[in-house]
Every structure is written in C-alpha cells, then in structure tokens.
Design a protein around this ligand. Structure first.
Ligand code: ACO
Length: 432
C-alpha cells in the first residue's frame, strides 16, 4: 500500500469512479486534493464557513484543537510566551527560525526606526470625528498608508515587501495610540527609540507631555505577552481575508486594512469586549448559577462569552497563559480583589464542572481573561480589538508573504451553489 493512498469517489451521473489524491502535512490530518474534481465530474464541493476545506498550504502555524496545541514554526505557544519576546516571535513567524543575536539586533533596529508615521498622517486623523470607533480609524488610516509609502507597494519586489512588512509592524502601535489619543482629545505622543516595542506602545498610549511617564516593567512584560499570544492563529477569518485580498495582487497596506475590517466583527476580534460586558452585567458571583443555567437553555439566546472555540475542543493553550498573566497584572496593580476577576474565576469553575460544558467540550478561550487584564491596565473597551490588530499584524504579514511566494498561488475565487431564479426575460417598467 502506498504511503499516501488515493480516495475513490463515486459521483452520481459520472460513469467512472473519480480518484482523489491525498496530501500529507508534517502534522495534522491529510487533505484530499480536489483540484481536478470539477474538470472530471462537473461538480463543485459545498462547504460554507470552510469547515472542511484547507484553503492553502502553510508552514507558519499549527493548531491541534482536540489536544489544545498551538505551535508557531514548531515552537509551542506556552514556551514562546514564557521564554521569548514579541520581536523574536515576529522574526520567527516571518522567517521560519528564531533569530541569532546579530539578526535580532538588526530586526529590532529595523522595526524601531520605522515607528514614526509621515507627518501628513496627523492631518489625516483630524478628518475623523472624535467619537469614531478606533477600529474605523484603523481601517481608514492603515489603508491610507499606501498613499504615503509608494516605495513599498510593488508586491513583486521582495525588498519592497520586506520594507512594507517592517513598516506595518512598526507603525501599527503608533497609529493605534494616535487613534486613542485623538478620541480623548490629548496630543499625539511620538515613539521613543529607547523603549522596546511594548514599552513604546504603553508610553504612546498613556503618557502626556506635562509629566514624566515611567513604564512599569511588569505591565510592559504583560503587554508583550499579550502581543505574543495574539500574533498568529493560522487560517482564521481575518488572515484568510488578508490572503484573499492579497491574491488579487493588492498592495500590503490595503490587504492589512482588509484584515482589520474583518477582525472588527464580534464573532472574531470583538469577543473580549463581549466577555467584559457580560461580566459587568452579571455583576456578582451569586448570579453565576443562574447565568450558567441560561447559557445551557437554547431558548434563552444567551451564550457564555469567552467559552467555546471553532477549533479548540480542549483548553485553549493561550487562555492558560492569559490567566497567569492576569493574576500577575492584578497583583502589581494592587487589584487582586478585583470583583470582575473573582466573578470570572467563579464562572470558570462552575462551567468547567458542568456536564453541558464538559460534554460539548466548551473551555475558556483566549478572550475570557484578556478583557480583564486590559481593563486593569487602563485600556478602554473600544481599544481591545485594536490591540488584537496590532499583535496580529505580524501574522497577517507573514501569511501574506508566504502566499505571494507560493508558486501554486492563484487569485482566490470560490464557486457557489446557485439557488436563485432561472433565466427569464426582462419585463418593462409599465408592465410590472
Ligand atoms: N455557551 C453556551 N453554549 C455554547 C457556547 C457558549 N459559549 N458555545 C457553544 N455552545 C454550544 C452550542 O449551543 C452548540 O450546542 P448544540 O450542539 O446543542 O447545538 C454547541 O455548543 C456547539 O456550538 P457551535 O456554535 O456549533 O460551535 P462553533 O464552533 O460554530 O462556535 C464559537 C464556536 C462561535 C466560538 C462559540 O463557542 C461561541 O459563540 N462562543 C462564545 C463567543 C466567544 O467567546 N467567541 C470567541 C471565540 S475565540 C476568538 O475568536 C479569538
């Protein structure tokens, strides 16, 4: 028997069985190669939500949802979160290997020296309403970067792609902090090259010109870890959006703006905001039993936010690290008795022991704790998804570059099952 046996498919109205080759990955399930299916059978496959479809080949991130495993270029997320830092993880995702000392120094320098934005971008901000949602501002400003950095929009030039990648990773925290400062009516704060990536973001967010700002190293470490935990997650909705936008040859700034737009949705990047709102509405640990009961009742229309995941049918490995980080942050801020944390712990305990959640394999996901940490650090809820976008930019960029370099890459063009009207003749207005 060959190592990669083919599958045989009997298709109605097709005389001969169709042979479909299987393709192995280095980890995870094999895939059925259906590229010739339409040519041989005249039929498409139907898979809304891509629940059984691999849209590309990738070497960047591997998830085993049943076992609760997340690997970036082979390294477990828990080890990266504990032993590495965000800059190294960025280099790893983009290049496939961890950097040596020289490579790391050069990479950090490249990112640090691209953090400033074109001065004209400040004027661009002033066109927005002050009460605009910062994600709306992010979509607009990041898309507009293509109008400012013409020398890094040629996707066929690897050097221009690299410069665009550095620019996007470097400028996202600056743009995110500017969106926040604009919304609260404070002056924009310039990046400072003496700070590392996470420290710099915190100082651009929270410092004001009239007093000195000291970055708390534990909060900076927590910020860095939050960035690591959100850096990439293989072919999720926003990453697939970036790949699809990029498949037409669109420039990198436009593609990342498309990713930000997709991430904005509450079923994707907006979930940590939903968790916090839910905890605030529940209000007290006494109500946990009642809430869990409502979550189990299909007629209530209520779901426990921060629980369950399309891919993880086990504890989300990122949620474990996030839980520890949450404790560290609340300790350093003297908020150990934070009622929301106590409530979250009580809810987690009850849900993890409840038959409904056990049988359906519903575990806390990464969003369950991140909202509490971010709130404690002083971020307003509207910035939660923005932080996700800052961290995920490197994942989007790495996946976009991988797609451009893939010789089998084609423009993304799904097919459909048409169920609309058949062909009919036009009826003039006076006869309708
Ligand atoms: N609370 C109560 N019941 C739930 C929950 C929940 N949070 N999540 C799933 N279920 C139940 C469903 O009712 C369904 O029950 P059934 O089989 O009896 O019909 C079963 O578990 C499977 O749920 P699906 O919605 O079919 O699973 P899917 O994989 O499509 O959805 C999702 C995953 C969207 C994350 C879901 O678990 C959910 O809505 N969770 C709450 C929102 C949330 O936390 N989202 C963040 C996801 S992580 C991220 O995007 C970074």
């Amino acid at each position: 028997m060959s190592a990669n046996p083919s599958a045989t498919l009997n298709v109605p109205e097709v005389s001969k069985p169709v042979t479909l080759p299987t393709m192995p990955g280095s980890l995870g399930p094999k895939v059925l190669d259906i590229r010739k299916l339409y040519a041989e059978t005249g039929m498409f496959t139907y898979d809304p939500g891509f629940t059984s479809t691999a849209s590309c080949e990738s070497k960047i991130t591997f998830i085993d949802g049943d076992e609760g495993v997340l690997l970036h270029r082979g390294y477990p997320i828990e080890e990266l979160a504990q032993k590495s830092d965000f800059m190294e993880v960025c280099y790893l995702l983009m290049n496939g290997e961890l950097p040596n000392k020289v490579e790391k120094t050069e990479f950090v320098k490249n990112i640090t020296y691209h953090t400033m934005v074109h001065e004209q971008i400040s004027s661009f901000f002033h066109g927005f309403r002050r009460d605009a949602h910062p994600m709306a501002v992010m979509v607009g400003v990041v898309g507009a970067l293509a109008a400012f950095y013409h020398d890094s929009t040629d996707i066929n030039d690897p050097h221009q792609r690299l410069i665009a990648s550095h620019r996007l990773i470097a400028k996202m925290p600056t743009i995110a902090a500017m969106a926040y400062k604009y919304s609260v009516g404070q002056p924009f704060v310039f990046p400072q090259n003496r700070f590392d990536y996470a420290e710099n973001f915190l100082q651009m967010m929270f410092s004001v010109p009239c007093e000195e700002y000291k970055v708390n190293p534990i909060l900076a470490k927590a910020m860095d870890r939050i960035f690591i935990l959100h850096a990439d997650h293989e072919q999720n909705a926003s990453t697939s959006t970036v790949r699809l936008a990029g498949s037409s040859g669109a420039n990198p700034f436009a593609c990342i703006a498309a990713g930000i737009a997709c991430l904005w949705g509450p079923a994707h990047g907006g979930a940590n905001e939903a968790v916090l709102k839910m905890l605030e509405e529940i209000g007290s640990p006494d109500k946990v039993g009642e809430v869990v009961k409502a979550a189990k009742d299909k007629n209530s229309g209520f779901r426990l936010m921060g629980f369950g995941h399309r891919v993880y049918k086990n504890y989300d490995p990122r949620a474990k690290v996030m839980r520890e980080t949450c404790n560290e942050v609340l300790d350093v801020l003297g908020k150990r008795d934070e009622p929301l944390l106590k409530l979250a712990m009580a809810l987690e305990k009850v849900a993890l022991e409840d038959d409904y959640f056990v049988q359906k394999k519903l575990y806390p996901n990464v969003d369950f704790y991140s909202g509490i940490i971010l709130k404690a650090m002083g971020f307003p809820m509207s910035m939660f998804t923005v932080l996700f976008a800052v961290a995920r930019t490197v994942g989007w960029i790495a996946q976009w570059n991988e797609m451009i370099e893939d010789p089998s890459q084609k423009i993304g063009r799904p097919r459909q099952l048409y169920t609309g009207a058949g062909k009919r003749s036009f009826v003039s207005l006076d006869k309708r």
